[in-house]
Design a protein around this ligand. Sequence first.
Ligand SMILES: *Cc1c(COP(=O)(O)O)cnc(C)c1O
Length: 387
Amino acid sequence: MGDTVNRYQRAFTDWFGVENAFAFWKGRVALYAILKALDVKAGDEIILPGYTCVMDVNPIKYLGAKPVYVDIEPNTFNINPALLEGKITPRTRIIIAQHTYGYPCDMEAIMTIAAKKGIAIVEDCCLAFGSEYKGKIVGTFGKAAYFSFQWNKPFTTGLGGMLITPDDELSVKIQNVCDMQMCQPSAKEVFMLAAELFVYRMFIYPRTTTLAQQLFRFLTKKGAVVGSSSSTEFEPVMASDFFKAMSSVQARSGLRQIRKLEQNIVHRRRMALVYDRLLAEKGFPPRQYDKSVMDPVLVRYPLRIKGKNKAIEMAPSAGVELGTWFECPLHPVETPLEKYNYTPGMCVEAEKAAAETVNLPLHPRVSEKTIHRTIDFITRFRPVVPM
Ligand SMILES: *Cc1c(COP(=O)(O)O)cnc(C)c1O
C-alpha cells in the first residue's frame, strides 16, 4: 500500500527535479504540513493573495497565525508585487505565491522582496501544473510548493495533495510532523472515493458536468459522498482527522494521470490558443501578461464579463460548463470573511475580479467543438477590460 504512494511521490520528485515529496489526502493538508514544519506559530503573519479559496486560509488559522491579504494584479489575478512590501511587518514569516488559474506569479519581484526581508516563499501550485516563469517550472522557486488533485485541478484523483521541497532540512521536519500527527483515511472514505472516481470517469463529460457537479454538491451536503469540503471547514477549527494520509487508490489514479501529463499540458496550451483566437474574432480584448517571462499552462480560461451572475444562471441550459471561482476574495461565497481576517474593501481588485470573472473549461475532455459552443454562449455577454 505505502508502495504505491511512494511511487507517486517519486513521480513528483522526478518531474520537478527536487529531492523530496510527500503525499496527502488533500492539498490543504500539504500546506498545513509545510507551515507546521516551518514552525509557524500563533501571532505569525502569512501573506497570500486576497483572491484565493478559504481552504487555503484554514491551515494558517489552525496554527493561530494571521492571514494577511495582498491585492491582485488584475490581468494575472496574482499578488501585485507593488503592494507586497507594504504588507510586510516584523511578524511576517511566509509569502504564499499562488499561481492563479495557471498564470505564474511575478517571481523575480516577489523573490527580491522576500530575500531582502528574510521571508520564506511557499508556492501554491494547485492551479498551475507545468507553467513556467523565465523557463523554469513553477513549484521550484520557493522553500516548498504544494499541489491539489481535487476535481477542478490540472489533473484529478478525486481528492489528493502533494508537497515538494528541495530543502532536506525542511523535509526531515515534515517527516517528523507526519510521524507525529498523520492519520490514515478510513476504509469507508477510501471506498467512497474510489466509487466517486469510477463514476467520474464513466459519466462526467463536458456536457453533463454542470449537472453532475450540482448532483455531486447536493450529495456532499447530504454527507453521502466524500466531498472536498465539509461545512465544518468554514470554521477555522481543525477537525481531529484533518491531517490525513493519501490512500493508495488516489496514488494509483495519480500515477495513471502522470503518464498522460505531457498530453494534458499540450492540450491545455493548444485549447487556450483556440479560445484566444475565437474571442478575438468576437472583438474581445486579448489576454495581458508578460509573455517574455511567463509561459502559463492554464487550468481554466478566466474571462471578465458584464453580467456574471446571469451567465452562470444561463450556462447549464446552454450546455456550457462555466466556472464561477473565485466568487469572493475567499471562495466560496459562504465563507464568513470576518472569521478569516478579511474586511470588505481590503483588496479592491480582487473583489472586482470576483464579481466579473468566469472561467471556461480546458480539461482533457474539452474539444474544439466544446470551445465553439462555450464561446458562442459567453460572447453574448460583453467583455470587461481591467483598469
Ligand atoms: C483547490 C485549491 C486548494 C486546496 O486544495 P484541496 O486539495 O481542495 O485541499 C488550495 N489552493 C488553491 C489555489 C486551490 O485552487
